[in-house]
Design a protein around this ligand. Structure first.
Ligand code: MN
Length: 470
């Protein structure tokens, strides 16, 4: 499974999911259900690029801002009224560093106390961006749109760069310090770079920051943080969108091999340290997180590391229809997922990293395949180095599902009883990372066991459903 395929199908919302309006979910779930990207992993063969008129699903704040900004710029350019716009561009390799540095700098310009109009331009054709899997991964996590419609690429320009150069205020260079020849006619208004200084635009570029660093995005970040002071009242990540903050952290991490001494400079550490407390990972250990982000980015070719929750549930799903003793519900569809990824990590992989989202994705998946009961099992090595397992049971009811309140509750209790009576020792109730209670008809345990895998649980849970009298 390659990233381009995974990504191009990432925002395909399946019809069953689109139709579902679950009654049971809390308000948060409902919002999330409509904004949850799902990746149809097994449908890769027919995952043609989403048509341009498809509604945008599952994109984040950064994506929406970027898309609007791009549209505004193109509109101004076509009307020859773009003389107050700065085009921020990375180098033509368009690696994560170029991409993220350009996005960050253009975001900063447009959010200054006295905003400047600025747009990030990637010097690549739109479809070539996917050739770098780490970009795909980072953009996916940043909830940017599939097909990169929210990014301005060189093939989006309605005229040649030479003509664009005449119509704009100027260009800002990031991750390189001499413009490509097609941009030679443009005024260089700023440079942020970590390559050898070739002495270009000494008199026009302001600032002109050319310094050794592992990642150019560190230089941009330091500048951005100095220019955009915290507005104390706003949310924890301050005025900079979380998606951008995390894109920057991923980029610094991969460019410095997780802040290793020989591939980073003090500015990398400083920039990452300053911005880390605004990320969703802020309660974790900083250094460990940076190493993990590097690992994640570096390993992005390995499909499992990049699988989202729906794909993890689907990947190894074993389901069946069980005949019960209930006259009203004589058939119950029951399925088991198993993944070597902890629930905590799966939750992290949801777009906002929340437990309600995990349950919303789980619910969307079970409505899609019409399962009444799902059992999600995990096995993983914990921070303590030990092997752990988790078991999550959800009995679905309400819109899009067949069971109603009473039956669903009774079936849930029967399954929970079978699990608790099984004799597996040390089954502890799992706690949501946010400390909140699970909604009804959901139960999760954490335990250690050599034998209590899906192979063990499946007959026990199926038996409880077979014996269920409704
Ligand atoms: Mn670079």
């Amino acid at each position: 499974m390659r990233w381009p395929q995974l990504l191009s199908s990432a925002a395909v919302l399946l019809p069953a999911l689109a139709a579902a309006r679950p009654a049971e979910l809390d308000a948060r779930d409902q919002i999330l259900l409509t904004s949850t990207p799902s990746s149809a992993l097994d449908d890769a063969h027919d995952s043609a690029r989403i048509p341009r008129d498809e509604p945008e699903i599952g994109t984040g704040h950064l994506s929406q801002w970027s898309k609007q900004n791009k549209a505004d710029f193109l509109h101004a350019l076509r009307n020859n009224s773009a003389s107050d716009w700065v085009v921020v561009m990375g180098n033509e390799a368009s690696d994560a560093d170029s991409l993220v540095s350009a996005l960050a700098l253009s975001y900063m310009y447009t959010h200054l106390p006295e905003p400047r109009k600025a747009v990030a331009l990637l010097q690549r054709e739109e479809d070539a961006l996917d050739l770098r899997p780490e970009n795909g991964l980072a953009l996916h996590y940043a909830r940017m749109s599939s097909g990169h419609r929210d990014l301005l690429t060189i093939d989006d320009l309605p005229m040649k760069p030479e003509e664009v150069s005449r119509r704009i205020e100027g260009i800002a260079l990031v991750d390189h310090n001499v413009p490509l020849s097609v941009w030679a006619g443009a005024k260089v208004v700023a440079i942020f770079d970590h390559h050898d200084d070739r002495g270009y635009a000494n008199d026009t570029a302001n600032p002109r920051i050319i310094e050794r660093s592992g990642s150019c995005s560190s230089l941009v970040t330091r500048y951005m943080l100095d220019q955009l002071p915290d507005s104390a009242s706003s949310s924890f990540h301050g005025p900079i969108p979380k998606e951008l903050i995390e894109l920057i952290l991923r980029t610094i991490a991969v460019d410095t091999s997780g802040l290793k001494k020989d591939s980073s400079q003090p500015v990398d550490l400083e920039a990452a340290e300053r911005i880390f407390p605004r990320s969703t990972w802020r309660n974790r250990d900083f250094k460990t997180s940076m190493k993990l982000l590097d690992k994640d980015m570096s390993a992005s070719r390995k499909a499992l590391d990049t699988l989202d929750v729906r794909s993890l549930l689907r990947r190894d799903w074993k389901g069946d229809v069980i005949k019960t003793k209930s006259s009203k519900h004589s058939m119950i569809s029951l399925g088991f997922a198993s993944a070597p990824v902890s629930l905590e990590e799966q939750i992290e992989r949801t777009p906002e990293g929340t437990a309600p989202e995990w349950f919303a994705i789980e619910r969307a998946w079970t409505s899609e395949i019409q399962a009444d009961v799902s059992v999600a099992l995990t096995n993983f090595r914990g921070d303590d180095g030990e092997k752990h397992r988790q078991l999550a049971v959800v009995v679905a009811h309400g819109y899009g599902h067949r069971l109603h309140d009473g039956s669903a509750n009774r079936l849930f209790r029967a399954i929970v009883k079978a699990i608790e009576d099984s004799g597996v020792e040390g089954m502890k109730k799992w706690k949501r990372p946010d400390g909140k209670k699970l909604l009804p008809r959901r139960a999760v345990w954490q335990y250690q066991s050599d034998f209590a895998s899906r192979k063990y649980w499946r007959p026990i849970i199926e038996a409880s459903v077979r014996e269920w009298e409704g």
